[in-house]
Design a protein around this ligand. Structure first.
Ligand code: CTP
Length: 405
Protein backbone atom coordinates (compact mmCIF):
# COMPACT_ATOMS: atom_id res chain seq x y z
CA UNK A 1 0.00 0.00 0.00
CA UNK A 2 1.35 3.42 -0.86
CA UNK A 3 0.87 6.30 1.50
CA UNK A 4 1.45 9.84 0.30
CA UNK A 5 4.47 11.36 2.05
CA UNK A 6 3.45 13.79 4.79
CA UNK A 7 4.26 17.39 3.98
CA UNK A 8 7.00 18.82 6.22
CA UNK A 9 5.52 20.92 9.06
CA UNK A 10 6.53 24.23 7.45
CA UNK A 11 6.08 23.16 3.80
CA UNK A 12 4.97 26.00 1.57
CA UNK A 13 5.72 28.65 4.21
CA UNK A 14 8.04 31.56 3.64
CA UNK A 15 9.84 32.93 6.69
CA UNK A 16 11.85 36.14 6.65
CA UNK A 17 14.55 35.80 9.28
CA UNK A 18 15.75 39.22 10.44
CA UNK A 19 19.10 38.99 12.22
CA UNK A 20 20.41 41.88 14.34
CA UNK A 21 23.75 42.65 15.97
CA UNK A 22 24.07 40.38 18.97
CA UNK A 23 26.69 37.73 19.67
CA UNK A 24 23.73 35.31 19.48
CA UNK A 25 23.61 35.99 15.70
CA UNK A 26 25.65 32.79 15.26
CA UNK A 27 22.59 30.87 16.47
CA UNK A 28 20.59 32.34 13.57
CA UNK A 29 22.63 30.21 11.14
CA UNK A 30 21.49 26.99 12.82
CA UNK A 31 17.98 28.44 13.11
CA UNK A 32 17.81 29.19 9.36
CA UNK A 33 19.01 25.66 8.59
CA UNK A 34 16.41 24.09 10.90
CA UNK A 35 13.59 26.19 9.41
CA UNK A 36 14.51 24.99 5.93
CA UNK A 37 14.78 21.41 7.20
CA UNK A 38 11.20 21.87 8.47
CA UNK A 39 10.11 22.69 4.90
CA UNK A 40 10.09 26.51 4.97
CA UNK A 41 11.78 28.76 2.46
CA UNK A 42 13.87 31.26 4.39
CA UNK A 43 14.92 34.76 3.32
CA UNK A 44 17.52 36.39 5.53
CA UNK A 45 17.78 40.12 6.22
CA UNK A 46 20.91 41.09 8.12
CA UNK A 47 21.75 44.38 9.77
CA UNK A 48 25.29 45.61 9.18
CA UNK A 49 26.16 44.72 12.79
CA UNK A 50 24.67 41.23 12.47
CA UNK A 51 26.81 40.60 9.40
CA UNK A 52 29.91 41.14 11.54
CA UNK A 53 28.90 38.19 13.77
CA UNK A 54 27.29 35.98 11.13
CA UNK A 55 28.35 36.76 7.56
CA UNK A 56 25.91 36.62 4.62
CA UNK A 57 28.06 34.00 2.92
CA UNK A 58 27.35 31.48 5.69
CA UNK A 59 23.59 31.94 5.37
CA UNK A 60 23.86 31.51 1.58
CA UNK A 61 25.21 28.04 2.08
CA UNK A 62 22.35 26.85 4.32
CA UNK A 63 19.19 28.38 2.78
CA UNK A 64 17.38 28.57 -0.55
CA UNK A 65 15.99 32.12 -0.27
CA UNK A 66 17.52 35.57 -0.54
CA UNK A 67 20.24 36.83 1.80
CA UNK A 68 20.51 40.61 1.93
CA UNK A 69 21.78 43.35 4.16
CA UNK A 70 22.13 46.38 1.90
CA UNK A 71 19.03 48.59 1.92
CA UNK A 72 20.52 50.81 -0.78
CA UNK A 73 21.11 48.04 -3.30
CA UNK A 74 20.35 49.68 -6.68
CA UNK A 75 19.49 46.27 -8.15
CA UNK A 76 16.71 45.71 -5.56
CA UNK A 77 15.50 49.07 -4.27
CA UNK A 78 12.15 47.70 -3.04
CA UNK A 79 13.56 44.63 -1.31
CA UNK A 80 12.23 45.58 2.14
CA UNK A 81 8.68 45.79 0.73
CA UNK A 82 9.16 42.65 -1.34
CA UNK A 83 10.50 40.54 1.57
CA UNK A 84 7.67 41.62 3.85
CA UNK A 85 4.99 41.09 1.19
CA UNK A 86 5.83 37.48 0.47
CA UNK A 87 6.45 36.47 4.11
CA UNK A 88 4.12 34.18 6.08
CA UNK A 89 6.08 35.20 9.15
CA UNK A 90 8.75 37.75 10.05
CA UNK A 91 11.04 36.22 12.67
CA UNK A 92 13.57 38.57 14.26
CA UNK A 93 16.22 36.45 15.98
CA UNK A 94 18.27 37.57 17.74
CA UNK A 95 16.64 40.93 18.49
CA UNK A 96 18.82 43.38 20.44
CA UNK A 97 17.48 45.92 22.95
CA UNK A 98 18.08 48.63 20.34
CA UNK A 99 16.10 46.68 17.75
CA UNK A 100 13.18 46.35 20.19
CA UNK A 101 13.28 50.13 20.71
CA UNK A 102 13.25 50.75 16.97
CA UNK A 103 10.42 48.29 16.41
CA UNK A 104 8.37 49.89 19.18
CA UNK A 105 8.81 53.40 17.81
CA UNK A 106 8.56 52.56 14.12
CA UNK A 107 12.12 53.44 13.10
CA UNK A 108 13.17 51.90 9.80
CA UNK A 109 16.92 52.24 9.45
CA UNK A 110 17.97 48.78 8.24
CA UNK A 111 16.58 46.04 6.03
CA UNK A 112 15.30 44.32 9.19
CA UNK A 113 13.41 47.27 10.71
CA UNK A 114 12.18 48.43 7.28
CA UNK A 115 10.78 44.96 6.58
CA UNK A 116 9.06 45.02 9.99
CA UNK A 117 7.43 48.33 9.04
CA UNK A 118 6.39 47.14 5.61
CA UNK A 119 4.98 43.70 6.40
CA UNK A 120 1.46 42.65 7.38
CA UNK A 121 2.64 39.12 8.28
CA UNK A 122 2.73 38.03 11.94
CA UNK A 123 5.95 38.97 13.74
CA UNK A 124 7.83 36.72 16.18
CA UNK A 125 10.77 38.10 18.13
CA UNK A 126 13.54 36.26 20.02
CA UNK A 127 15.27 38.87 22.22
CA UNK A 128 18.94 38.52 23.19
CA UNK A 129 20.78 40.90 25.45
CA UNK A 130 22.46 41.39 28.81
CA UNK A 131 20.09 40.77 31.73
CA UNK A 132 20.35 44.38 32.96
CA UNK A 133 19.45 45.68 29.52
CA UNK A 134 16.49 43.29 29.46
CA UNK A 135 15.30 44.42 32.90
CA UNK A 136 15.71 48.10 31.94
CA UNK A 137 12.42 50.01 32.18
CA UNK A 138 12.77 51.27 28.59
CA UNK A 139 13.18 47.73 27.24
CA UNK A 140 10.25 46.45 29.30
CA UNK A 141 8.06 49.32 28.07
CA UNK A 142 9.05 48.55 24.47
CA UNK A 143 8.15 44.86 24.96
CA UNK A 144 4.78 45.90 26.36
CA UNK A 145 4.11 48.19 23.39
CA UNK A 146 5.02 45.46 20.91
CA UNK A 147 2.93 42.83 22.73
CA UNK A 148 -0.08 45.14 22.70
CA UNK A 149 0.38 45.41 18.93
CA UNK A 150 0.20 41.65 18.53
CA UNK A 151 3.91 40.86 18.26
CA UNK A 152 4.78 37.40 19.71
CA UNK A 153 7.89 36.62 21.72
CA UNK A 154 9.97 33.53 22.39
CA UNK A 155 12.41 33.79 25.29
CA UNK A 156 14.73 35.17 26.39
CA UNK A 157 16.01 32.35 28.58
CA UNK A 158 17.91 32.29 31.82
CA UNK A 159 21.53 31.19 31.46
CA UNK A 160 25.11 32.13 30.75
CA UNK A 161 25.41 35.51 29.00
CA UNK A 162 28.17 36.94 26.80
CA UNK A 163 29.52 38.80 29.85
CA UNK A 164 30.18 35.46 31.54
CA UNK A 165 27.52 36.16 34.15
CA UNK A 166 24.28 34.25 34.44
CA UNK A 167 20.94 35.95 33.99
CA UNK A 168 17.78 36.39 31.96
CA UNK A 169 18.65 37.48 28.42
CA UNK A 170 19.95 34.51 26.44
CA UNK A 171 18.34 33.96 23.07
CA UNK A 172 16.21 30.77 23.12
CA UNK A 173 17.85 27.77 21.50
CA UNK A 174 17.10 27.34 17.76
CA UNK A 175 14.97 24.20 18.24
CA UNK A 176 12.77 26.10 20.72
CA UNK A 177 12.42 29.03 18.29
CA UNK A 178 11.45 26.61 15.50
CA UNK A 179 8.80 25.18 17.86
CA UNK A 180 7.44 28.70 18.38
CA UNK A 181 7.38 29.31 14.60
CA UNK A 182 5.49 26.06 14.04
CA UNK A 183 3.01 26.87 16.82
CA UNK A 184 2.38 30.32 15.33
CA UNK A 185 2.07 29.51 11.63
CA UNK A 186 0.13 26.30 12.36
CA UNK A 187 -2.35 28.22 14.45
CA UNK A 188 -3.12 30.50 11.53
CA UNK A 189 -4.23 27.77 9.17
CA UNK A 190 -4.33 24.32 10.79
CA UNK A 191 -7.39 22.06 10.67
CA UNK A 192 -7.37 21.59 14.47
CA UNK A 193 -7.51 25.32 15.15
CA UNK A 194 -9.75 26.07 18.13
CA UNK A 195 -9.66 22.42 19.28
CA UNK A 196 -8.36 21.29 22.67
CA UNK A 197 -6.34 18.11 22.49
CA UNK A 198 -5.13 16.24 25.58
CA UNK A 199 -2.31 13.72 25.08
CA UNK A 200 -0.81 11.32 27.63
CA UNK A 201 2.74 10.05 27.19
CA UNK A 202 5.34 7.80 28.78
CA UNK A 203 5.14 4.84 31.13
CA UNK A 204 3.73 5.27 34.61
CA UNK A 205 5.93 4.57 37.63
CA UNK A 206 4.31 2.85 40.57
CA UNK A 207 6.25 3.41 43.78
CA UNK A 208 7.33 0.45 45.91
CA UNK A 209 9.21 2.64 48.38
CA UNK A 210 11.01 6.03 48.14
CA UNK A 211 13.74 4.63 45.85
CA UNK A 212 12.09 1.82 43.84
CA UNK A 213 9.23 1.67 41.38
CA UNK A 214 7.52 -0.66 38.94
CA UNK A 215 7.78 0.76 35.43
CA UNK A 216 7.84 -0.11 31.76
CA UNK A 217 9.89 0.65 28.65
CA UNK A 218 7.76 3.45 27.18
CA UNK A 219 9.96 6.40 26.12
CA UNK A 220 7.10 8.86 25.63
CA UNK A 221 8.24 9.58 22.04
CA UNK A 222 4.95 8.63 20.35
CA UNK A 223 3.02 10.88 22.75
CA UNK A 224 5.47 13.75 22.17
CA UNK A 225 5.09 13.34 18.40
CA UNK A 226 1.28 13.47 18.77
CA UNK A 227 1.45 16.61 20.91
CA UNK A 228 3.86 18.25 18.43
CA UNK A 229 1.75 17.32 15.40
CA UNK A 230 -1.50 18.53 17.04
CA UNK A 231 0.25 21.79 17.97
CA UNK A 232 1.42 22.18 14.36
CA UNK A 233 -2.19 21.75 13.15
CA UNK A 234 -3.33 24.62 15.35
CA UNK A 235 -4.74 22.78 18.39
CA UNK A 236 -4.30 23.97 21.97
CA UNK A 237 -2.42 20.98 23.33
CA UNK A 238 -2.18 19.70 26.88
CA UNK A 239 0.35 16.96 27.59
CA UNK A 240 0.35 14.77 30.69
CA UNK A 241 3.63 12.90 30.72
CA UNK A 242 5.84 10.77 32.94
CA UNK A 243 8.89 11.87 30.91
CA UNK A 244 10.29 15.39 30.50
CA UNK A 245 9.35 16.53 26.99
CA UNK A 246 11.94 17.74 24.45
CA UNK A 247 12.44 21.53 24.11
CA UNK A 248 10.88 21.45 20.63
CA UNK A 249 7.43 21.02 22.24
CA UNK A 250 7.22 24.81 22.62
CA UNK A 251 3.64 26.02 23.04
CA UNK A 252 2.35 22.78 24.58
CA UNK A 253 1.11 22.95 28.16
CA UNK A 254 2.92 20.16 30.00
CA UNK A 255 2.21 18.48 33.33
CA UNK A 256 4.65 15.87 34.57
CA UNK A 257 3.27 13.01 36.66
CA UNK A 258 4.53 9.66 37.95
CA UNK A 259 1.86 7.13 38.82
CA UNK A 260 -1.34 6.03 37.08
CA UNK A 261 -3.33 7.70 39.86
CA UNK A 262 -1.52 11.05 39.33
CA UNK A 263 -2.07 10.68 35.59
CA UNK A 264 -5.79 10.03 36.12
CA UNK A 265 -6.17 13.16 38.25
CA UNK A 266 -4.25 15.37 35.80
CA UNK A 267 -6.20 14.03 32.81
CA UNK A 268 -9.58 14.46 34.53
CA UNK A 269 -8.72 18.11 35.25
CA UNK A 270 -7.47 18.81 31.72
CA UNK A 271 -10.33 16.99 30.00
CA UNK A 272 -13.03 19.29 31.34
CA UNK A 273 -13.24 21.33 28.15
CA UNK A 274 -11.36 19.01 25.77
CA UNK A 275 -12.36 17.87 22.28
CA UNK A 276 -9.93 14.95 22.05
CA UNK A 277 -8.03 12.55 24.33
CA UNK A 278 -5.14 10.63 22.83
CA UNK A 279 -3.97 8.07 25.36
CA UNK A 280 -0.47 7.17 24.21
CA UNK A 281 0.82 6.50 27.74
CA UNK A 282 1.69 2.99 28.84
CA UNK A 283 -0.27 2.83 32.07
CA UNK A 284 0.77 0.15 34.54
CA UNK A 285 -2.06 -2.32 34.99
CA UNK A 286 -0.92 -3.06 38.55
CA UNK A 287 0.68 -1.12 41.37
CA UNK A 288 2.21 -2.33 44.63
CA UNK A 289 -0.60 -3.00 47.12
CA UNK A 290 1.32 -0.87 49.61
CA UNK A 291 3.94 1.83 49.20
CA UNK A 292 6.50 1.80 52.01
CA UNK A 293 7.33 5.18 53.54
CA UNK A 294 10.97 4.11 54.09
CA UNK A 295 13.40 2.24 51.90
CA UNK A 296 12.87 -1.49 52.26
CA UNK A 297 15.99 -3.15 53.63
CA UNK A 298 17.39 -6.39 52.25
CA UNK A 299 15.90 -9.24 54.27
CA UNK A 300 18.86 -11.35 55.42
CA UNK A 301 16.73 -14.36 56.33
CA UNK A 302 14.57 -14.46 53.15
CA UNK A 303 15.64 -15.89 49.79
CA UNK A 304 13.13 -13.83 47.79
CA UNK A 305 10.57 -11.06 47.90
CA UNK A 306 6.88 -11.58 47.28
CA UNK A 307 5.49 -8.23 46.21
CA UNK A 308 1.70 -7.99 46.46
CA UNK A 309 0.11 -6.05 43.58
CA UNK A 310 -3.23 -4.37 43.23
CA UNK A 311 -5.01 -3.54 39.98
CA UNK A 312 -4.96 0.04 38.70
CA UNK A 313 -8.16 1.49 37.26
CA UNK A 314 -8.41 1.62 33.47
CA UNK A 315 -7.91 5.33 32.88
CA UNK A 316 -9.28 5.76 29.38
CA UNK A 317 -12.30 3.55 30.05
CA UNK A 318 -13.11 5.53 33.19
CA UNK A 319 -12.71 9.07 31.82
CA UNK A 320 -16.11 10.15 30.58
CA UNK A 321 -17.05 13.04 28.36
CA UNK A 322 -18.06 13.95 24.85
CA UNK A 323 -14.46 14.10 23.59
CA UNK A 324 -13.08 11.85 20.86
CA UNK A 325 -11.28 8.97 22.58
CA UNK A 326 -8.18 7.53 20.97
CA UNK A 327 -6.37 4.64 22.61
CA UNK A 328 -3.29 2.58 21.81
CA UNK A 329 -2.78 -1.15 21.77
CA UNK A 330 0.79 -2.35 22.13
CA UNK A 331 0.68 -6.05 21.37
CA UNK A 332 3.07 -8.92 20.91
CA UNK A 333 0.57 -11.25 19.19
CA UNK A 334 -2.89 -11.29 17.57
CA UNK A 335 -2.54 -7.55 16.89
CA UNK A 336 -5.84 -6.89 15.10
CA UNK A 337 -8.04 -9.14 17.24
CA UNK A 338 -6.62 -7.78 20.50
CA UNK A 339 -6.86 -4.16 19.33
CA UNK A 340 -10.46 -4.61 18.14
CA UNK A 341 -11.39 -6.11 21.53
CA UNK A 342 -9.82 -3.13 23.36
CA UNK A 343 -11.60 -0.65 21.08
CA UNK A 344 -14.97 -2.14 22.07
CA UNK A 345 -14.23 -2.83 25.72
CA UNK A 346 -12.85 0.65 26.45
CA UNK A 347 -15.49 2.54 24.43
CA UNK A 348 -12.96 4.14 22.06
CA UNK A 349 -13.56 5.97 18.77
CA UNK A 350 -10.20 4.94 17.36
CA UNK A 351 -7.39 2.61 18.37
CA UNK A 352 -3.79 2.72 17.21
CA UNK A 353 -2.31 -0.75 17.22
CA UNK A 354 1.32 -1.67 16.95
CA UNK A 355 3.35 -4.82 17.28
CA UNK A 356 6.04 -4.07 19.85
CA UNK A 357 8.12 -7.06 18.81
CA UNK A 358 8.76 -5.34 15.43
CA UNK A 359 12.30 -3.93 15.85
CA UNK A 360 11.40 -0.82 13.80
CA UNK A 361 8.23 -0.10 15.75
CA UNK A 362 9.09 -0.86 19.36
CA UNK A 363 9.79 1.28 22.38
CA UNK A 364 12.30 4.11 22.28
CA UNK A 365 12.76 4.32 18.50
CA UNK A 366 11.87 7.18 16.15
CA UNK A 367 9.73 5.11 13.79
CA UNK A 368 6.48 3.21 14.09
CA UNK A 369 4.36 0.86 12.01
CA UNK A 370 0.73 1.31 13.05
CA UNK A 371 -2.68 -0.07 12.20
CA UNK A 372 -5.74 2.16 12.69
CA UNK A 373 -9.08 0.60 13.70
CA UNK A 374 -12.36 2.40 14.30
CA UNK A 375 -14.70 -0.57 14.34
CA UNK A 376 -16.42 0.54 11.13
CA UNK A 377 -14.27 -0.06 8.07
CA UNK A 378 -11.36 -2.41 7.53
CA UNK A 379 -8.26 -1.87 9.68
CA UNK A 380 -5.89 0.59 7.95
CA UNK A 381 -2.31 -0.72 8.03
CA UNK A 382 0.25 2.02 7.45
CA UNK A 383 3.83 1.41 6.35
CA UNK A 384 6.89 2.24 8.45
CA UNK A 385 6.73 5.99 9.23
CA UNK A 386 8.53 8.41 11.49
CA UNK A 387 6.62 8.78 14.77
CA UNK A 388 5.80 12.35 13.71
CA UNK A 389 4.31 11.23 10.39
CA UNK A 390 2.45 8.39 12.12
CA UNK A 391 1.05 10.98 14.54
CA UNK A 392 -0.15 13.09 11.60
CA UNK A 393 -2.01 10.06 10.20
CA UNK A 394 -3.70 9.49 13.56
CA UNK A 395 -4.72 13.17 13.60
CA UNK A 396 -6.11 12.92 10.04
CA UNK A 397 -8.58 10.40 11.46
CA UNK A 398 -9.21 12.54 14.57
CA UNK A 399 -9.96 15.60 12.39
CA UNK A 400 -12.44 13.51 10.35
CA UNK A 401 -14.13 12.22 13.55
CA UNK A 402 -14.44 15.79 14.88
CA UNK A 403 -15.92 16.96 11.59
CA UNK A 404 -18.63 14.23 11.84
CA UNK A 405 -19.85 15.50 15.22
N1 CTP B 1 -4.86 2.20 29.45
C1 CTP B 1 -5.44 3.00 30.42
N2 CTP B 1 -5.41 2.62 31.73
C2 CTP B 1 -4.86 1.45 32.10
C3 CTP B 1 -4.27 0.61 31.10
C4 CTP B 1 -4.28 1.04 29.79
O1 CTP B 1 -5.97 4.07 30.09
N3 CTP B 1 -4.85 1.10 33.37
C5 CTP B 1 -4.91 2.65 28.04
C6 CTP B 1 -3.59 2.82 27.39
O2 CTP B 1 -3.10 4.14 27.54
C7 CTP B 1 -3.88 2.51 25.94
C8 CTP B 1 -4.99 1.50 26.02
O3 CTP B 1 -5.58 1.66 27.30
O4 CTP B 1 -4.36 3.64 25.25
C9 CTP B 1 -4.55 0.08 25.85
O5 CTP B 1 -3.48 -0.20 26.71
P1 CTP B 1 -2.85 -1.65 26.82
O6 CTP B 1 -1.80 -1.67 27.87
O7 CTP B 1 -2.48 -2.11 25.45
O8 CTP B 1 -4.13 -2.46 27.27
P2 CTP B 1 -4.58 -3.15 28.59
O9 CTP B 1 -6.00 -2.81 28.78
O10 CTP B 1 -3.64 -2.84 29.69
O11 CTP B 1 -4.52 -4.68 28.17
P3 CTP B 1 -3.29 -5.73 28.23
O12 CTP B 1 -2.20 -5.11 29.05
O13 CTP B 1 -3.90 -6.92 28.82
O14 CTP B 1 -2.90 -5.96 26.79
Amino acid sequence: MTVPAQPAPLAGKRVVLGVTGSIAAYKAIDLARRLEEGGATVDVALTANAARFAPALTFHSVIRGTVASDMFDAAAPELHVELGRRADLLLIAPATATTLAKLASGVGDSLVTLTALATTAPVLVAPAMDSRMYANAATQANLETLRARGVSFVGPDEGRLASGERGLGRMSEPEVVVGAVRALIGRAGGDLRGRRVVVSAGGTREAIDPVRFLGNRSSGKMGFALAEAARDRGAAVSLVSTQAPPPALYGVSVEEVESAEEMREALARRLRDADVLVMAAAVADYRPAETAARKRKKQEDAAGWDLALQENPDLIAGLDGSFVKVGFAAETDDLIANAAAKLRKKGLDLIVANDVTDPEAGFGGDTNRIVLLDGRGEPEALPLLSKYDAAQRVLDRVAALLAER
